[in-house]
Design a protein around this ligand. Structure first.
Ligand SMILES: [Zn+2]
Length: 411
């Protein structure tokens, strides 16, 4: 799955790479066998980086030790001798593996991209596939994509029978019972239900589709992610249907029935939805992010809960590119580094039940770790309507740890 030209899988015992690891056998310990030195506690040590873990309020120069695929310790100056393998993260940022709550990973079907190539290689260890498959196509999606990917992919089942490839078509293909059954049968990799509400997809039937999607989510006891853009029905009625834990994705789009009223004020129904626990997610994709809409929301203290991509084969080539670029873009829009990282780690971890502790480097959690370079310079970012923004910093993925292996980005 991995394209070797772009990304070299690197077992830390050999080879050359950007983050050159040093193999540090405890040469001064004659009693220890090379396989199991007496004082060796950890499988991997990431040393000397600036650790940013918003879940624990950490922003400090620390080492990260890993054992048995879990975070074992995060502290200062962990002796190298205690680790089988050591990776230097000097002058780099070390974070929990990023979580993209909205991506399209059905590689080869519709607009799906390859998650190992465009997520894992960019520091994203967990991607949520946002409804690429529906109940009729889910077995194929699970067999050929979810079960074979190195990236942790969890999925939302689309309320339309065949997923985003074609939308629901007719209401005959919007079946809450069968959608809920596909979701329940495929837990824990299924973490929610997805609906797309727009004139082009659900048209005048949007409220009926939404009713059925909420019903599927209720039966399966899962959250519902609602793509809402240029919907046939006004936003307030749609938002009222969303429950605590549901997600309004594409929240800063500029189309009709958006989050702002005619005077540029946040709709009261949006504030009410947030108050009762609905998440707001921007997911730029092709058409869904407008800087001026986002600015007006930010000025009214309405920041997103998460930052996501809506990554497709088109979005990887233009405007969006990957999640670290989107994080950098939101930094250019005024969100601080730690807060932006929190939106793709600790906040994103709260949106779904991933079946594993992710989004933090707290000891005991999954050893999903990203190593970034924070480049200074002038970087131009684009929204979906031709708007431009210049940023001063760009996060660039350098390496990622997943399944207790280090993958080094060779770009
Ligand atoms: Zn999408």
């Amino acid at each position: 799955m991995l394209n070797r030209r772009e990304f070299s899988k690197y077992f830390v015992t050999g080879g050359a790479a950007l983050l050159a690891p040093s193999s540090l056998w405890p040469a001064g310990n004659p009693t220890a066998s090379p396989q199991q030195p007496a004082n060796q506690t950890f499988d991997l040590l990431i040393e000397g980086g600036t650790v940013i873990d918003p879940a624990q309020n950490i922003h400090a120069s620390l080492d990260v030790a890993i054992k048995n695929g879990k975070i074992a310790e995060v502290s200062k100056d962990i002796p190298k001798e205690r680790a089988l393998k050591v990776v230097s993260a000097k002058e780099k940022i070390v974070t929990p593996g990023f979580i993209d709550v909205h991506a399209h990973c059905y590689d080869g079907v519709g607009l799906g991209m390859n998650a190992d190539r465009y997520c894992l290689t960019r520091g994203v260890t967990t991607a949520v596939d946002a409804g690429s498959a529906g109940y009729a196509t889910f077995p194929n999606f699970r067999k050929y994509i979810l079960n074979t990917s190195t990236t942790r992919i969890v999925a939302l089942v689309n309320i339309g029978a065949i997923g985003t490839a074609m939308g629901p078509g007719s209401l005959d293909w919007v079946n809450p019972q069968l959608t809920a059954k596909a979701a329940t049968d495929n837990k824990p990799v299924v973490v929610g239900i997805k609906i797309q509400l727009s004139k082009a997809i659900t048209g005048a039937g949007d409220m009926e589709c939404l009713k059925r999607a909420v019903e599927a989510a209720e039966i399966a006891r899962l959250p519902l992610m609602a793509h809402i853009e240029d919907s046939y029905s006004p936003l307030p009625g749609i938002l009222k249907m969303l429950r605590k834990g549901d997600i309004y994705t594409h929240c800063y789009n500029s189309r009709t029935h958006g989050i702002l009223d005619a005077n540029g004020k946040i709709l009261p129904e949006a504030r009410e939805a947030r108050k009762r626990g609905v998440f707001f997610d921007p997911a730029q994709g092709q058409t869904h992010l407008n800087f001026e809409v986002a600015d007006k929301c930010f000025q009214q203290n309405f920041l997103p809960d998460t930052i996501s991509t809506d990554l497709t084969v088109i979005a990887v080539e233009r405007r969006v590119y990957d999640l670290p670029t989107m994080v950098s873009k939101f930094m250019a829009m005024g969100i601080g580094l730690d807060q932006a990282i929190g939106m793709v780690t600790s906040n994103a971890a709260r949106v779904f039940d991933y079946g594993a502790q992710v989004g933090t480097l707290r000891p005991g959690s999954e050893a999903d770790v990203s190593i970034f370079e924070l480049r200074d310079g002038e970087f131009e970012f684009e929204d979906s309507d031709g708007g431009k923004r210049t940023g001063r910093q760009m996060l660039v993925s350098k390496a990622v740890v997943r399944h207790a292996q280090v993958f080094v980005n060779a770009v």
